[in-house]
Design a protein around this ligand. Structure first.
Ligand code: G3P
Length: 220
């Protein structure tokens, strides 16, 4: 599984990359707006730190505007993946951008049929928003399995990014389905490390080692 961080916070990204387990980053206008940073500069900075796919979203809702924004974003770094909303103009833009060799991430995906359209247009990634579906009483993860099955049936290379992840259980379920990528907030990544038995076990090992050292020291 590829692990992406769903944040525009550079400190969180540096920490995750330093652990050696972060393959990429996804951002969106909401995440960038929290950072009080200049958008283009922040995207460049993230690309330099991650050295892997970094999604940056267009804000235009019309084909021409999306393509123009995407071309400018793609010039920021070879690692930029342009996030495009799953609307008809977006699908048209994805098709054009894929022909130009610009990587894309179809975002705001809430159904397997939307994902199919993105794959058909040549999207590099497709991002089903799992948590937001759970929020309205659906089981978001169901569509991840369906998307994977459809892509497998037709041999589409589009990678599935499980997005809008809220807790480690989402990551577990995505892993069991075999989703290519999970993008998660930093706190979810931190929670994945945690197990009380690890802490208790480590404390016991260190105490026993201390006892052993004391014993050896007294023996001399
Ligand atoms: O980056 C897109 C997605 O992960 C947003 O998540 O938590 O705002 O639903 P959320």
């Amino acid at each position: 599984m590829e692990i992406f961080l769903d944040t525009a916070n550079i400190e969180e990204i540096r920490k995750g990359v330093d652990w050696g387990i972060v393959d990429g980053v996804t951002t969106n206008p909401t995440l960038v707006s929290k950072e009080n940073a200049i958008f283009e500069e922040r995207i460049k900075e993230i690309c330099e730190v991650v050295q892997g796919p970094v999604s940056a979203e267009v804000v235009s809702t019309k084909y021409e505007g999306m393509v123009k924004e995407a071309e400018a974003l793609a010039k920021l770094s070879e690692f930029v993946v342009v996030k495009i909303p799953l609307i008809p103009d977006g699908i048209k833009a994805i098709k054009t951008l894929s022909k130009k060799g610009i990587q894309t991430n179809a975002t705001l995906v809430f159904s397997p049929l939307q994902a199919l359209l993105a794959a058909k247009a040549g999207a590099t990634y497709v991002s089903p928003f799992i948590g937001r579906m759970d929020d309205i009483g659906n089981t978001g993860m169901t569509i991840v399995g369906e998307i994977m099955e459809i892509f497998d049936n037709y041999g589409y290379n589009t990678k599935v990014i499980v997005a809008s992840v809220r807790h480690p259980q989402h990551v577990l379920e995505a892993g069991l389905i075999g989703a290519h990528v999970v993008t998660m907030p930093f706190d979810v990544l931190e929670k994945m490390f945690k197990h009380p038995m690890t802490d208790i076990g480590l404390e016991r090992f260190l105490q026993d080692w201390k006892k052993y050292q004391d014993y050896m020291a007294n023996k001399k």
